[in-house]
Ligand binder design. Structure first.
Ligand code: AMP
Length: 281
């Protein structure tokens, strides 16, 4: 992979890069299409990164569909699929980690200790191997994208971090490889994340600016779904990820909700533009 990437750079064609854990869906493919529109060659990676899973999480049963993924990526026209083995990425004796302090400890980081240390370490390694001009991430994982941007800035990485919109199912559920775990009944219940965020979006359009009231209203919607067990519901500043009391600048409404045994996340982007607030699902 390093040789291919080095050759492309020598020819003045630095790559666009889409890192994934596979079990590809249209959310992933939207990143591939964004990369294809801006860069050539395009490299995608598939690596189910063991270090970002906690000991009681779903590393073993995480869906692995490499043959189908590889066909989809080829049909989309990418140049290289990088699918390393865990022993290549973490050889015996591996002991260097990168951690974005503070931002990695809240929200997802609180619920999943060590998760972001695994994410930022593997993303740094992948960026070092591929050395892309641009790397593409989804806003579905808003905190992750924020951390990766911070890491790129703090470590003077040459790659530009591009964050792409959330791709949703027709009923609003954000696409996720973990949606495959949901039973039919849970799949119906899972739309409650979208309904809660959409309620907040509509309240903001009506002029609501009080973050605490927006959080309370989202919790209210989540309470209507028997199978939903909220982990966190927060309205935070997009830079600091700290909770806000009133909307200001750019912020996120962030949700993590257990539907049965499956933990789902979703978010609403809220941006102040000329004194008005625009909320994007
Ligand atoms: P994953 O395979 O879950 O690690 O995701 C790989 C990349 O795809 C990450 O940058 C995710 O944020 C992005 N992604 C996952 N689901 C979606 C979605 N529904 N819409 C947009 N991007 C997504």
């Amino acid at each position: 992979m390093k040789q291919v990437a080095r050759q492309a750079r020598a020819e003045g064609r630095p790559a666009g890069f889409v890192p994934t854990m596979g079990a590809l869906h249209e959310g992933h493919m939207s990143l591939v299409h964004a990369a294809m529109a801006e860069c050539r060659p395009v490299v995608a990676s598939i690596f189910v990164n063991p270090t970002q899973f906690g000991p009681s999480e779903d590393f073993q049963k995480y869906p692995r569909t490499l043959a189908q993924d590889s066909k989809n990526l080829e049909d989309a026209g990418i140049d290289t699929l990088f699918a390393p083995a865990a022993e290549e990425i973490y050889p015996r004796g591996f002991r260097t980690w990168v951690n974005v302090e503070g931002l990695s400890e809240r929200l997802e980081g609180r619920a999943r200790p060590g998760h972001f240390r695994g994410v930022t370490t593997v993303v740094l390694k992948l960026l070092e191997i591929v050395q892309p001009q641009k790397a593409f991430f989804g806003r579905k994982d808003a905190q992750q994208a924020r951390l990766i941007r911070q890491m790129a800035r703090d470590l003077h990485l040459d790659s530009e971090i591009v964050v792409c919109p959330i791709v949703r199912e027709p009923d609003g559920l954000a696409m996720s490889s973990r949606n495959a775990y949901l039973s039919p009944e849970e799949r119906r219940a899972a739309t409650v994340l979208y309904r809660a965020l959409d309620g907040a979006r509509r309240a903001i359009a009506r002029g609501e600016r009080d973050a605490l009231r927006l959080v309370a209203a989202m919790r209210e919607v989540l309470r209507t779904e028997r199978l939903a067990d909220p982990d966190y519901v927060e309205l935070v500043d997009a830079e600091t990820l700290e909770p806000m009391t009133r909307l200001r600048g750019v912020c996120f409404a962030l949700l993590a909700v257990r539907i049965g045994a499956t933990r789902l996340i979703d978010n609403l982007l809220i941006e102040e533009r000329d004194g008005a607030f625009v909320a994007t699902l």
